[in-house]
Write a protein that binds this ligand. Structure first.
Ligand code: C5P
Length: 233
């Protein structure tokens, strides 16, 4: 893996023009971008295609959750777009549909969202789930592995247990990352890039610390350097 691809920059911006400006400002320090559904209805797909044509990797954060047959057709359409990562929720039928829809596309990797980091044990109880949160994360990671998905989105807190159980069979993509001293914004459990790598994360998703920085290129470069140092350790 290209070392710089370990950093995925979330383009959580109001318009595709803003997103394109951020990509231009970041330059060579950004090789992998996450485009979410905030931008999808307003030109995000063209942006994703453009980034892809310019040699960037693209993470399509759609978080599909539907009956398997519908997910399968949706993912088959997404595969034609030319993305690298696509998220779906970690239910067996959803994952099965996604893996079938991706077919033999060598590029598109299916990532399972295990348990959203905005949920805690209490929120699970409200939804009628009484399993301990870390066990639920592992159970859903198991669904992902069994279905033949490529990886999971999980917090750094859960990364070590997933790595221990599944090794390299599942890529771990981790949001909630903040360089030391940076504003946590609304993220509740943040870790530094170095700690996320040490916990076993393969890719880190970072948004505001880069896209809202005075100089996004320097912010991205600093995180790239921290990742490189952590990987070398
Ligand atoms: O700006 P920030 O670095 O907090 O952005 C993190 C990105 O990762 C956002 O796009 C957010 O939607 C996404 N994400 C997250 N927590 C999850 C799943 C995705 O923060 N559990």
């Amino acid at each position: 893996m290209n070392l710089k691809d370990r950093l995925i920059i979330a383009l959580d911006l109001p318009t595709t023009e803003d997103a394109q400006r951020a990509v231009d400002a970041i330059g060579d320090e950004g090789t992998f971008y996450k485009v979410g559904y905030q931008l999808m209805p307003i030109g995000g797909l063209d942006l994703a295609r453009r980034l892809s044509n310019r040699g960037k990797k693209v993470f399509l954060d759609f978080k599909f959750h539907d009956i398997g047959a519908t997910v399968e057709r949706g993912v088959a359409s997404v595969a034609k777009l030319g993305g690298d990562f696509l998220t779906v929720h970690a239910e067996p039928d959803v994952l099965k549909g996604a893996v079938e829809g991706r077919g033999d596309d060598a590029r598109l990797k299916i990532l399972a969202v295990t348990v959203l980091t905005s949920l805690d044990q209490e929120s699970l109880a409200k939804m009628g789930i009484d399993m301990a949160l870390p066990d639920l994360v592992l159970k859903r990671a198991e669904f992902a592995a069994e279905a033949g998905a490529d990886g999971v989105v999980a917090s750094a807190k859960e990364a070590a247990a997933i790595k221990a159980r599944f090794g390299d069979a599942l890529k771990i993509v981790t949001p909630g990352v903040r360089p030391a001293g940076a504003d946590a914004n609304d993220q509740k459990r943040v870790v530094t890039p170095a700690d996320a790598i040490a916990a076993g994360a393969d890719h880190l998703v970072v948004g505001r610390p880069i896209i809202a920085a005075k100089n996004p290129q320097i912010a991205a470069r600093d995180i790239q350097q921290e990742i490189a140092a952590a990987v070398a350790n």
